[in-house]
Design a protein around this ligand. Structure first.
Ligand SMILES: [Zn+2]
Length: 500
């Protein structure tokens, strides 16, 4: 008896499973052994009904063994290899081609979309095997290069293919246009806010984390969202990385090059943000991988939640442990925080008067601290526009710049950085370690004196100074200048505000 290869998921990784089916005479009985979860145990009913739709009534004592025995098997994606094992054990399918099979069966024999097709395609490639998936999973795995992939929409159709009565249906190669579709909202949709737009451009260019401070209704969320649209388009590899996470969660995986944007609210649980839980799903920080993670109302976040975000934000991956071992999820994100300027929300507002006392404001400002505040390179105020400004009519030739135009500058600045840091395996200014800052971001005498003077004035720490230097480097890269000048430093200092 030879087994049918299937897969199960652990974190964002697919693991091979061998499905062995044995049928002996006697009363009808059906067992599944080998650490199946509830969904796998329920596959008995689906497989039995789906085979009946092909005219096959199962009889006798059926035992299904899922090997290796020590890995927990989860989800309905093993329905298909179990059904094929039955067809083999009953003599209907003589030689089942050696391949990975995955798919959930409906009672009438249709193959349903499953979670994890993208990691499974990578596993197939690693094992040098073809993979067969439900038609609904074909599009997402088309992006995995170098794998022989086929799809079918029903068990009956797959049976006809495997027995040579119908031609195989190869998954067509994916075509993802190189130009990203226009992201929403576009920067040209945002009125005013020149300073915040400029900060967003710098954040995107050097991958600098950013804090937006402004009253409710000032448009912080709009700016954060628009930031995702001026980041360089996802490369093929990055696109597949984001698809792996989405595929593992069973989310829609329409391939496109716009970077992810995910919002976390302060009421979110640590598991939903960082991942884990009983079934080890990735969290928001991994869904935001290669894109923007937006923490709205940052001052309301619990210390526990921000503490748990520190490692994934610094390391670019997150490790979740459970009794049976640990799994790793990717979490390389551009972090954007938003906060009100004070407890009532209206300090500095042009129209509404702030009700907070100076000591209230001082207490509130202290909340803008904590483990991930250390990772913020840029801080910018986002003032609410006055009614006059909101109603003002913009003439057509004075429309604000579009995201596409800004993105071009960001891409140019990124290319300069890639070249500069390539030999160190880094891609952007925000990533560079302290040692490289000292070696590579040398200033002229005048610039050095200016920075020390300002650092003393603003009470900047050594760490704060190197952040200013990195941001200055990005500002110089945006304007294509080789040397960091006082002008660049002065602008970078504006984004430090009062923090050290
Ligand atoms: Zn206030």
């Amino acid at each position: 008896m030879s087994g049918i290869p299937g897969v199960t998921l652990r974190g964002v990784e697919a693991l091979p499973v061998e499905v062995e089916v044995e049928i002996t005479g006697g009363m009808f009985q059906f067992f599944i052994v080998g650490m199946p979860d509830l969904a796998v145990r329920e596959s008995k009913e689906r497989v039995r009904a789906a085979l009946r739709s092909l005219g096959l009534n199962l009889k006798g004592r059926i035992s299904v063994n899922l090997a290796p025995a020590d890995i927990p098997k989860e989800g309905a994606l093993l329905d298909l290899p179990i059904a094929l094992g039955m067809l083999q054990a009953t003599g209907h399918l003589k030689d089942c081609p050696k391949a990975l099979y995955m798919g959930e069966l409906s009672l009438d024999g249709r193959l349903r979309r499953v979670r994890g097709a993208v990691p499974a395609a990578f596993l197939a490639r690693k094992l040098g095997m073809p993979i067969y998936v439900p038609g609904e999973n074909a599009e997402e795995i088309a992006l995995v290069k170098g794998v022989e992939a086929y799809y079918a929409d029903t068990l009956g159709e797959l049976f006809m293919m495997l027995t040579g009565q119908e031609p195989l249906k190869p998954v067509p190669p994916a075509y993802v246009p190189d130009v990203p579709p226009n992201a929403e909202p576009d920067f040209s949709d945002i009125k005013g806010q020149a300073a915040a737009k400029r900060a967003a451009e710098i954040a995107a260019a050097g991958h600098h984390n950013m804090l937006l401070v402004g009253s409710p209704g000032s448009g912080k969320t709009m700016i954060a969202r628009a930031l995702a649209g001026i980041l360089p388009p996802l490369t093929d590899d990055e696109l597949v990385e984001t698809l792996i996470v989405r595929s593992t969660l069973g989310l829609e995986t329409k391939p496109g090059r716009v970077r992810p944007f995910r919002t976390v609210h302060f009421t979110a649980s640590t598991v939903s943000v960082c991942g884990g839980g009983a079934n080890l799903r990735p969290g928001e920080v991994s869904l935001a991988h290669r894109g923007v993670l937006f923490l709205d109302e940052y001052t309301e976040f619990s210390r526990d939640l921000t503490e748990s975000l520190r490692a994934p934000i610094e390391d670019g991956f997150i490790t979740v442990s459970r009794a049976a071992g640990s799994v790793e999820y990717p979490s390389r994100v551009l972090l954007v925080l938003a906060a009100n300027p004070c407890a009532c929300g209206y300090a500095g507002d042009p129209v509404i008067t702030c009700k907070c006392s100076p000591s209230d404001i001082e207490r509130y400002r202290r909340k803008l601290s904590g483990p991930i505040m250390d990772r913020i390179d840029l801080q910018i105020n986002v003032p609410r526009l006055t009614p006059d400004e909101l109603l003002s009519f913009t003439e057509k030739d004075k429309l604000p710049e579009s995201s596409a135009v800004i993105r071009e500058r960001v891409i140019r600045a990124r290319k300069i950085q890639e070249q500069r840091w390539r030999e160190y395996g880094l891609t952007c200014n925000a990533e560079i370690p302290e040692k490289l800052v000292r070696e590579h971001l040398r200033l002229g005498n005048g610039e050095r004196d200016y920075l020390s003077l300002m650092a003393a004035k603003l009470n900047l720490s050594g760490r704060g100074m190197s952040r200013v230097l990195k941001v200055s480097r990005t500002i110089a890269d945006l304007s294509g200048e080789e040397q960091i000048t006082k002008k660049h430093i002065a602008e970078a200092l504006m984004y430090r505000q009062s923090r050290g």
